[in-house]
Design a protein around this ligand. Sequence first.
Ligand code: NPW
Ligand code: K
Length: 490
Amino acid sequence: MIVTCRQMQDIEARAFERGVSAADLMEKAGCGIAREVWRLFPQPGTLILYLGSGNNGGDALVAGRELQKLGWQIQVRLSGPLEKLKPLPRGHFDALTDFAVSASPIDVADLPRPVVQLDGLLGIGAVGEMRPDIRALAAEMNALRLEQHAHTVAMDIPSGLNGDTGEPSVDCVIADLTVTVAHGKSGLIADAAVSHVGRLALVPLAELTVEDDGGPQLLTPELLSGFLPRRRFDFHKGQAGRVGIIAGSRGFIGAAVLACGGALRAGAGLVTLLVKEEVYELLAAKVPPEIMVKVVKDYRDVLDMRFDALAIGPGLGFESEDEILNVIQYASMPAVVDADAITMVARTPVSVFLTSTPPRLLTPHPGEMARLVGDGSSHPRLTQAESWAQAFPGNTLLLKGARTVIATESSPTFFNTTGHPGMATGGMGDVLTGVCAALAGQGIPLHQAAGIGAWACGRAAEIAALSQAQLSVLPTDVIAHLGAAFGELE
Ligand SMILES: NC(=O)C1=CN([C@@H]2O[C@H](COP(=O)(O)OP(=O)(O)OC[C@H]3O[C@@H](n4cnc5c(N)ncnc54)[C@H](OP(=O)(O)O)[C@@H]3O)[C@@H](O)[C@H]2O)[C@@H](O)CC1
Ligand SMILES: [K+]
């Protein structure tokens, strides 16, 4: 569930009336934040706590205390006199040991790396524009990030971001990771906020659980693990899904290989790559040994084959457009439609979709989405995805981007939380297509399959970046780390 700041404060106030302790909540929030920092930064370095006067700074202090136990060295920047700290953060400040308060910007050149700065300046208690003292510290954090490669983690919301609208004010903190507490805040998923929020994580607080409103949801491991079926001990490959992949053409061999790799690592029982004669030799030599490669004269031959799910599109080209459109329209099993196949759908009368009974998952990037919705592409991403889903009930749309959004009519819209800018490399989408098809082949509904797929690919890319720079992460690295990502959902 996504809430406004006011709704969050009301939920909190009602919990306090029931006797829930604010100190307890801060303890849980701070420990949860520390866990999320550890997930992305498992090697300890230097932690700089930027503290405002409110409870947002308390979260940073508790997280700092926990990370200190793992070996992080702590430095503190205060926005004003200590006496201004609210009682809860003041208590945590007084209890902290072995740290230095710096009265001026910190030179991190000789400090242990990584340098991570916790933004505890302002949370949901912020009113109006940032005041000069806070704004100066926010600007300092951004400069440290930009000029000295420090990483920024926002407590609850990035300071200076309107928690309801997502509008960033001047000098709004640019976070690499925002760990939000109890519930996602509406401003965090606004298009304008994406580059200030960065990677998202949610620390659920059982005491602040409320009845779900059916609205958008953040993709979290807690939510997604419920979508992954447990396998019986006597499970066999026929039950794990027979996936057919229609991909690859001359000059676009790699896309097919990547889709196959994604499908394998997402647990498909049998993966068959269906290709035309001209690329058979090349692809048969290039795909992993677990893949069967089958030559088809006409892609429509697939309509008579037994598959549990199809993936259609990566590296396909446009030579067999009529055949592909027929497969999308008539195949009796769920299908993931990607890349060139989306462009084909976009230039076809929409009735093709309305008449196709089995569900389809379309996974456009913004350029392909613009082809699908025309003028609609100027609308907010959430509106684009939900409008398309309303127009084509039963089908699912996954709109790629730094904040991938997934919509299906009558289902809560999902916002992905994982991933990093190093994923801006050709081929990432091909992996995702294979992953989603494999999950669909295991009987997972396309909406959930898309959610698991987006989260797992992003998380795999994060794990791949633990041992190398983000910008060096390749789609093949994502495939190699999918197993670790899925492991976090079990
Ligand atoms: N939700 C939950 O369940 C839980 C929430 N928790 C955490 O608490 C956070 C909310 O804490 P909060 O209410 O103390 O407010 P917070 O955001 O720290 O800032 C308020 C302070 O900032 C000041 N100030 C205000 N506007 C300003 C401005 N424009 N420019 C400059 N200063 C400004 C204002 O000072 P004043 O105006 O009073 O002098 C006030 O003292 C929440 O985001 C989460 O992190 C968890 O610990 C536990 C569970
Ligand atoms: K903050």
